[in-house]
Write a protein that binds this ligand. Structure first.
Ligand SMILES: [Zn+2]
Length: 410
């Protein structure tokens, strides 16, 4: 995996967006902000190097807290108040960093929530641990774009606003979660700090990696899970299709999956996928490790089937409609079989609301003013779920404002 650092421009975007609504030309304050970002670029990359070299795999609580303490030190130097949010021991996660900049002069200014996360998918036992400069303006390292680079973009924005004397023009809330890659449970507990901040926000910006420098994310799909369990009557296969044995569990599971494919599929951004299936006379599924055992014989009508799958959606409404259609299909069964489907919620969707689209237009205008050209919207089909999905419905939101990730063949 090779991850490319952005040119300074995505720093400009965020800082400039925070400072002022779109204007035809840069104001003196905006020019100061742009200059401050450029002047500090090397220091920001060094900060990135420092925090990338601290392992902060989600389950390495000490490392997550250490990254948080480096960043809280930086925020405090720029006049922000910070605190650490602990989670209950049962959640088994490090906690979150929260920072706030409240204007001294009591001005009524918008509250902007900036979302980062301190953890990465690279745990202590990963071979990928060090920051490394690459030719040109690129670097690689664990979490460089997902999302320590985005955290540094937030730092750069805060620093540039302070330098330009514009800190008083926004009311900043920053939440950097310590468990974005594997959220602690239950979700309402592990996401409480984020939700609290979201409820107070007028605008929400997520600084996770971008796919290029001229786009932003107005919508992300939500993800959820489902489990299909089918029961049949066990008996000798010579009697399959008889009144007593009926179709068997495997035929019924096949009917259901085929009907999902034929009748539920087709809506834009709606996808669902059976990831694992076990069927036979006896099945045992181990959900924790996503594996299992099945026993069956060719001359015995199957008694049990378990299917586990995922479902991605662009709105809650789409999710509900898809689930209802799946339930209907599961309700009427082949002879002598019965089936149940259960759904579990994961990440909610961040739909492309009018507020998000208006904010996108504003950011695009800023990009034009900065000489970077208009922006395009990232196809939600290309993005996974993220922390911003938990709060995106609370205020106009944009995601993917961080550094650019460049995948190379490896
Ligand atoms: Zn991430």
């Amino acid at each position: 995996m090779r991850q490319r650092l952005t040119r300074a421009s995505s720093l400009f975007w965020v800082a400039a967006l925070l400072a002022a609504p779109a204007v035809a030309d840069l104001s003196p304050v905006e020019r100061d902000i742009v200059a401050a970002v450029a002047a500090e670029a090397r220091a920001h990359v060094e900060l990135l190097e420092r925090i990338v070299n601290i392992n902060s795999g989600t389950m390495n609580a000490d490392g997550v807290k250490e990254v948080g303490s480096v960043l809280s030190g930086v925020f405090e130097r720029h006049g922000l108040q910070t605190h650490w949010v602990d989670l209950p021991p049962s959640a088994d996660r490090a906690g979150h960093l929260v920072a706030n900049a409240t204007p001294q002069n009591g001005k009524d200014v918008p509250n902007i929530l900036l979302i980062g996360h301190l953890d990465t998918v690279f745990e202590l036992d990963s071979p990928f641990q060090r920051f490394e400069y690459l030719p040109g303006n690129r670097a690689r390292g664990p979490g460089v774009t997902d999302m320590k680079g985005g955290n540094v973009v937030i730092v750069a924005a805060v620093a540039a606003l302070a330098h330009a004397g514009a800190s008083g023009d926004v009311n900043l809330s920053i939440v950097m979660t310590g468990d974005e890659e594997r959220p602690g449970r239950p979700i309402p507990v592990s996401r409480k700090a984020l939700l609290d901040a979201g409820r107070n926000a007028d605008y929400i910006l997520g600084l996770e990696n971008n796919i290029n420098l001229t786009s932003a994310t107005v919508a992300r799909r939500g993800s959820s899970g489902w489990k299909l369990e089918v029961k049949g009557v066990r008996g000798h296969s010579s009697q399959v299709f008889s009144d007593r044995l009926g179709a068997g569990a495997i035929f019924e599971a096949s009917r259901i999956l085929d009907a999902f494919y034929g009748q539920v599929r087709g809506e834009r951004y709606l996808t669902f996928n059976p990831g694992v299936i076990l069927g036979g006379t006896a099945v045992e599924y181990d959900a924790r490790n996503s594996r299992g055992d099945a026993f069956g014989k060719t001359n015995v009508v199957a008694q049990d089937v378990v299917v586990r799958g995922g479902l991605r959606f662009i709105t809650e409404d789409q999710k509900k409609r898809a689930r209802e259609r799946m339930r209907q299909i599961v309700r009427t069964n082949l002879p002598q079989t019965e089936a149940t489907i259960t759904f579990t919620d994961g990440y909610p969707a961040m739909p492309p609301s009018e507020g998000n689209l208006a904010l996108f237009e504003q950011l695009s205008a800023v990009s034009v003013d900065l000489g970077e050209g208009p922006l395009s919207q990232v196809d939600p089909g290309r993005r996974g779920a993220a922390d911003i999905s938990f709060v995106g419905r609370l205020a106009p939101s944009l995601a993917g404002l961080g550094p650019v990730r460049q995948q190379s063949a490896c």
